[in-house]
Unconditional design. Structure first.
Length: 219
């Protein structure tokens, strides 16, 4: 398995908070793309770090690993090794599914670098986790009408962070990224034909063969 810049990691946690998010955002089969009827508890995105390594970028309040940039555990935007974070979910009995840009939408080398710069800026600003925004995004009524708060780059939850980045890379239409909880974000990306399901990590042995696609491989 190879990781690529722009990959979205769909995480299915087993802790009480994750189970609640998954249950609350599950849809009937007819209303969701194949494989995305069940809710997703968390999402992260794959992008290069300062050293050019493909890394796991996310906004979370539940992380226990020190951010590789900030050198400490934080509640907000942070960066880790993909293998480490996938292992976290597998050890707890969860799973991680990789969604990848379809070939025509793959990021160019310039876009890969721009994605890194956007994410690095959020980390340098010490963007914190948006608890209230995450809660409201899961309420179907409020997320579908125009009562959402204005997007705030000082506080972002996981799917809001990814939506904001993909919109700036022109992989999503522009709208308030705060309306997307993790499952809604992935459903829209798949419905629009921008992303496809690539691989599911369910066993630790799968991480032993994981590899990365270096910067510049996508044309």
């Amino acid at each position: 398995m190879q990781f690529a810049a722009g990959d979205v990691f769909a995480c299915y946690g087993t802790d009480p908070a994750s189970r609640l998010i998954r249950a609350w955002t599950t849809l009937p089969p007819l209303f969701a793309p194949h494989g995305l009827r069940a809710g997703v508890s968390h999402v992260a995105i794959c992008a290069h770090d300062q050293a050019g390594r493909l890394s796991w970028w996310e906004s979370t309040s539940l992380g226990t690993r020190p951010c590789l940039v900030q050198g400490r555990t934080v509640k907000g935007v942070q960066v880790h090794r993909p293998e480490d974070r996938i292992e976290d979910y597998l050890l707890e009995g969860g799973r991680v599914v990789i969604y990848r840009l379809v070939e025509i939408d793959e990021l160019t080398s310039v876009e890969q670098h721009n994605l890194f710069k956007m994410l690095r800026r959020y980390v340098k600003r010490r963007t914190s986790y948006d608890f209230a925004g995450a809660a409201i995004s899961g309420l179907r009524l409020f997320s579908l009408i125009r009562l959402l708060r204005v997007a705030d780059e000082d506080e972002m939850f996981c799917s809001e962070l990814i939506g904001a980045c993909l919109q700036r890379l022109c992989r999503m239409n522009r709208e308030n990224p705060a309306r997307f909880h993790p499952a809604r974000l992935l459903r829209q990306l798949v419905r629009q034909g921008t992303y496809r399901r690539e691989q599911t990590f369910e066993r630790l042995e799968q991480l032993e063969v994981a590899d990365v696609i270096p910067l510049g491989r996508c044309a």
